[in-house]
Design a protein. Sequence first.
Length: 353
Amino acid sequence: MEATHTERVVAQPVYKNWKYILDTCGAPKTDHLDPISRFLLIIRPCVFQMTLTSGMIGALIAAAHLHAESLPFNWLPFLLSLLGLVIAHAVNNMVNDYFDTEAGVDTEDYVRAQYTTHPILGGLISKSGLRNLILVANFIDILIGVAILLYWGLDRGWPLILFALGGLFVSVFYVAPPIRLKHRGLGEAGVFAVWGPLMIGGTYYAVAGSIRPEVFLACIPYALVVTTVLIGKHIDKIKDDTAKRIHTLPVLLGETTSLRLNKALMISFYVITVALALVKVVGPWVLLSLLALPRLNYVLGIYSKPRPERPPENYAIWPLWYVAAAFYHNKPAGGFFVLGLILNLLIPVQLPF
């Protein structure tokens, strides 16, 4: 896995702090955090890559279908969709911190406050300030949604409202009462739905103005590897969550079963991707995803061994462990999948059967 230096730094160029946060979501060891660093710690952008990947998958599949029908690609709703998805992801992160602090889940000795600076507990922002930032970000997303809706017109664009409301529901009630999906073993399913059919399908619809049923099949592989990241994080927190009676899926299944489940889900990414190419739901260039198999093999090795007692040298986000491995696999798996979709557009080929 990638490791990042965590030695104390008293003074350094602020852009290095920004890069550190973007790479790890961890707080740089410095005596002073500039406003941008504080903001980045609040929104946790190191995981936005997954959201951008889901958006790109939806847009590229739409582009292939539009090209086949000699229809133009709609750039404005595409760009607005990507921006809206990133803001929505930031909102999700902030909502989680706000409600988990409100409910007493996030405390100084809980995992969330150990691997990086917690926005509220670490003094980056007040609780009311975080609430107001959430409201402002949501308002911006509403404006973006209205702009896309106006682009297509209500008679054609109204399904976009359903995609947006579905994502908002999971984002808020992932930890917010009274539903608290994470506490009921449903958080992982919620993440699969958001980073799969809602993000990929929603971006497809925003670009194409309609949707085909097979798009929901095409969203499955990447939605699975995003879900493995969350499961990995919940495995890392299994003892703390058990003590707080937070019934995540790993708490319900146990650590051993959860580790096996995550390995199976990672492997299934490749099985389903190959199947989708063979039945021509997506073009054959997505088979480039198989180039991530060496990374998969490395990560499966980590999942097959006990967590170390102490963090490796220069390891940035201890006590998290399995989540970092899952994210390390997510990057090339999603990256090669997107590259394959791009090549399907630029150099279309057909399987010889």
